[in-house]
Design a protein around this ligand. Structure first.
Ligand SMILES: [Zn+2]
Length: 118
């Protein structure tokens, strides 16, 4: 495999596969791997999308990302997470707790509604 070495990304929005766009009057960005338009234009959430990290507050990328690109995104995410404070980690675990608690309720509601059709 002859893979060209990539320059290290300073910002995720410097990547050629990521474009800054506007959705109405809102700042957003476009992922060229899955052709998705995503907002808000938030660097860490963009990285969660591109590294296919679940529970990042954004949908994960449905595209097939070339390994050299995936490695760059992962490196950038690792760097940004290393900068995070312990307080940020604490609030992230609260989010996880809420998601786990809500998920079964949601399933139950969907099941009940489909059974009510008469
Ligand atoms: Zn994507």
């Amino acid at each position: 495999m002859n893979v060209e070495p990539f320059p290290t990304l300073v910002s995720i929005f410097d990547c050629t596969m990521v474009s800054k766009i506007m959705l109405g009057d809102k700042e957003a960005w476009k992922c060229s791997w899955c052709d998705g338009c995503l907002k808000p234009r938030h660097a860490t959430r963009a990285l969660y999308h591109l590294t296919k990290t679940p529970n990042g507050g954004i949908g994960i990328c449905k595209g097939v990302i070339d390994p050299p690109f995936a490695a760059r995104y992962k490196a950038l995410l690792d760097k940004s997470q290393a900068r995070k404070s312990a307080r940020d980690k604490a609030s992230a675990s609260v989010d996880d707790y809420v998601e786990k608690r809500l998920a079964p309720t949601c399933h139950h509601d969907i099941y009940d509604m489909s059974g009510d059709i008469s």
